[in-house]
Design a protein around this ligand. Structure first.
Ligand code: NAD
Ligand code: TDX
Length: 348
């Protein structure tokens, strides 16, 4: 297949692009604006492949998207480009609305026109996958799981922009018949995650001997999925998923934030001992405004219909992730240089 990936220089997109090039015969065009979160350093392993191409383009630029669709002629579009950090959406929502809502609208409009001009098998087999989040469902209490039918209840500027884009994607399927699919995934972790999200922030702050910021009481719960498991699920969905369907993707790894932080500190105590416990650096700080309490995914539909289950457990995945950051401190320095100094975001 010829796969157009948007956001392929980001965390999940780069895992997906590396997987497509290294483990399949598909061809990829990566369309990415290279915001503060997009870095070509994450794609060094595939940049020399004849099956990989890159275009630095903003998905809000309709003319460029039209040109790219007609030149590359994709069989599949996998749309991951987004503003993705909740804390940044609290500080300023405009870019979230522009990229996540208007950008998705432009990709859909141009895809509709492109797809309507395809013929035969190419038209029948065309797919547009929108990669979304479990945060569109709102928050859970102590029990229960999100299923594909859970009503939308987004509560942050980020999640409401993603919910808006999900609605657009469904509308383009129902109104125009565009063969779209949506995946709603839980929190990803693993190599190449920009050091603004919980796990890389904790690893880097710990190594730098700085305070490790835990929001509120640290009792909020997230369901952690190793990023390569997510990329594998996305490939299953474009290869075997049904147009018009939604698939929830999760790791069966619910943890309180404080448990995640403890497990990082304990692993660092073993791998990089410094005589005192890294746990001593933990600092409970003012909570995130509107902080969702708990997310948990019921991923039984994708298991049953597409035979996908995660391969990595949290215990193995977190060790691999910490080791990757220890071995790739230069990547962290390169992507944050003149870009982000690990300061607290999203206090409103
Ligand atoms: P990321 O922030 O690491 O990467 C986003 C990428 O999109 C970057 O390469 C950036 O340059 C690019 N981009 C941003 N605006 C663009 C624009 N206007 N035009 C073109 N490119 C643009 O994000 P991520 O964590 O890899 O998330 C990827 C997708 O998966 C997002 O849609 C996000 O909402 C979704 N998602 C993420 C998680 C998670 O835990 N990280 C979980 C569920 C869903
Ligand atoms: O320094 C921190 N301290 C802290 O306690 C940071 C950065 C976060 N937290 C808490 C807030 C959350 O409860 O840790 C949890 C995880 O926070 P993030 O890493 O910012 O992720 P989250 O807000 O849960 O959203 C993530 O998962 C769903 C991604 O950023 C989204 O793109 C995805 O859709």
């Amino acid at each position: 297949m010829k796969i157009l990936v948007t956001g392929g220089a980001g965390f999940i997109g780069s895992s997906l692009v590396r997987m497509i090039i290294n483990e399949t015969d598909h061809e990829v065009l990566n369309v990415d604006k290279l915001t503060y979160a997009g870095h070509l350093e994450s794609l060094e392993a595939v940049v020399n492949s004849a099956r990989y191409q890159f275009e630095q383009v903003d998905i809000c630029d309709a003319e460029e998207i039209n040109r790219i669709y007609n030149e590359f002629k994709p069989d599949v579009i996998m749309h991951l480009a987004a503003e993705s950090h909740v804390d940044r959406s609290i500080d300023g929502s405009a870019e979230f609305i522009k990229t996540n809502v208007n950008g998705t609208h432009i990709l859909l409009e141009e895809a509709k026109q492109y797809w309507q001009e395809l013929e035969g098998e190419r038209r029948k087999n065309f797919r547009f996958l929108h990669v979304s989040t479990d945060e569109v469902y709102g928050e859970l209490g102590e029990t229960g799981f999100f299923i594909e039918e859970t009503p939308y209840d987004p509560r942050s500027p980020y999640s409401s922009s993603k919910a808006s884009s999900d609605h657009l994607v469904r509308a383009w399927h129902h109104t125009y018949g565009l063969p779209t699919m949506i995946t709603n995934c839980s929190n990803n972790y693993g190599p190449y995650q920009f050091p603004e999200k919980l796990i890389p922030v904790v690893i880097l702050k710990a190594l730098q001997g700085k305070d490790i910021p835990v929001y509120g009481t640290g009792e909020n719960v997230r369901d952690w999925l190793y990023v390569d498991d997510h990329a594998r699920a996305l490939l299953k969905v474009v290869e075997k998923g049904k147009p018009g369907e939604t698939y929830n993707i999760g790791g069966h790894n619910e943890k309180q934030n404080i448990e995640v932080v403890h497990s990082i500190c304990d692993t660092l105590n073993q791998l990089v001992p410094k005589g005192v416990d890294y746990r001593d650096q933990i600092s409970f700080v003012t909570d995130r405004p509107g902080h969702d309490f708990r997310y948990a995914i019921d991923a039984s539909k994708i298991k049953k219909e597409l035979s996908w289950t995660p391969e990595e457990t949290f215990e193995t995945g977190i060790k691999r992730t910490i080791q990757w950051y220890l071995d790739n401190i230069e990547w962290c320095e390169a992507v944050t240089e003149n870009n982000y100094d690990l300061k607290r975001l999203g206090t409103a």
